[in-house]
Ligand binder design. Structure first.
Ligand SMILES: Nc1ncnc2c1ncn2[C@@H]1O[C@H](COP(=O)(O)OP(=O)(O)OP(=O)(O)O)[C@@H](O)[C@H]1O
Ligand SMILES: [Mg+2]
Length: 233
């Protein structure tokens, strides 16, 4: 059954005189528990789509059906409840709270849901055992990215949305973090969407949705997704 179904999604931005069609008639679906990748070049409209899926932004027109409910029709209150209860979101630019430690940033997210994972263990899993009590300003970019991933994963969300989750990470750290994200689909039953411009990641997904200039150009299915250990970039 389709858990996520996007139909004729449009997102228009106006900057001065010009109009930008960031999402131009986007349609695709993702099944429950799948690992999907949205792949495309810079400016293709990937973050725009992910923000709409996560209830972080609203579309201009079209249907965004999540578990049978059209969140495109939700009011602010409904969207807040949806984000809080169903979504784990890894932001492209981390969005950590600067005056909270790594642990406190993760706890802030995990404490608002009932079946969360242990914040400290999740930070250990992303390789931050020795950074648990550091503030974001005292962390490298890659370490901040891993706190952001731990924060989303620790919610044990129904839907895990990750915007360029390995963008700031070296090869080995990127692979281990990707494995943690993939395990949320493989072991915890979450529906996972990863946004990336890196086509080398595509083989690990069940479904690859190609974006170009605000449109979906191709959708691929991998009957036998590749192990993360076997991919190279
Ligand atoms: N708030 C905004 N106001 C105006 N234009 C915007 C806004 N947000 C995004 N855009 C435009 O919409 C288009 C798609 O942006 P989006 O951030 O979705 O791309 P992306 O695929 O995530 O790119 P990247 O890989 O660089 O992160 C771009 O042309 C961008 O400039
Ligand atoms: Mg983006």
């Amino acid at each position: 059954m389709n858990y996520i179904e996007v139909r004729h999604n449009f997102k228009r931005y106006h900057s001065g005189e010009t109009e930008i069609l960031a999402n131009n008639n986007v349609s695709f679906s993702i099944e429950k528990g799948e690992l999907a990748i949205i792949l495309g070049a810079s400016g293709a409209g990937k973050s725009t789509m992910l923000n709409i899926l996560g209830g972080m932004d609203t579309n201009t027109s079209g249907d965004v059906i999540i578990d049978g409910k059209n969140i495109a029709n939700y009011n602010k209150r409904q969207l807040t409840a949806y984000r809080r209860n169903d979504i784990g979101f890894v932001f492209q630019f981390y969005n950590l709270i600067q005056n909270l430690t790594a642990k406190e940033n993760v706890e802030l997210a995990s404490e608002i849901v009932s079946d969360s994972l242990d914040p400290v263990q999740t930070l250990i899993d992303v390789g931050l055992k020795n950074r648990i009590n550091n503030f974001p300003a005292g962390l490298s970019g890659g370490e901040q990215q891993r706190v952001a991933i731990a924060r989303a994963v620790a919610k044990n969300p129904k839907i895990l949305l990750c915007d360029e989750p390995t963008g700031a990470l070296d090869y080995q750290t990127g692979k281990s973090v990707l494995q943690i994200i993939a395990n949320m689909s493989r072991n915890n039953g979450a529906t996972v969407v990863i946004v990336t411009h890196n086509s080398a990641l595509a083989p690990i997904a069940d479904r690859v949705i190609h974006f170009h200039d605000g449109q979906v150009t191709k959708i691929e299915h991998n009957a036998h997704p590749e192990n993360i250990a076997n991919i190279k970039w």
